[in-house]
Design a protein. Sequence first.
Length: 147
Amino acid sequence: MSDDASAVPVVDAGKITVRPSKYQDSLQDSFAKDVANQATRMDDLAKQLISLNLAIPALYGAVLKLTQGDGATVSGWLVFIAFFSWLVALGLALITLLPVKNRADPNKLAELEKYFSATAQRKQKLVIAASLLTFFGVCLVIFGLVL
């Protein structure tokens, strides 16, 4: 089925234009919603990272306390770096959720696309950095337990 077959030619002041089909309108609407929702998905991921970066150090401390009893102490440079990386990852995830003031004319489609795209890219970079730091911290703790 061709998209052009369902398009209807419209005569407007001597010019012939083609009105988009319902299918084309639906695709454009879905595209616009997807572009607008990219930042929301990054926010959801940042919220999960915040939960993770709060839970992992707490779980690590609880397991350390349960396995080593009252004499449990957190020492070693690997553990310090791991906790520091979790703290930085937590900060990056929180920064992801902070709003940034950008101005875009709501009547200009190109400006709106640029605004949503720039917001999503900024959040994506922060979420990726926070994810890598969280993973790095987990790897350091596991490596520290093995040593």
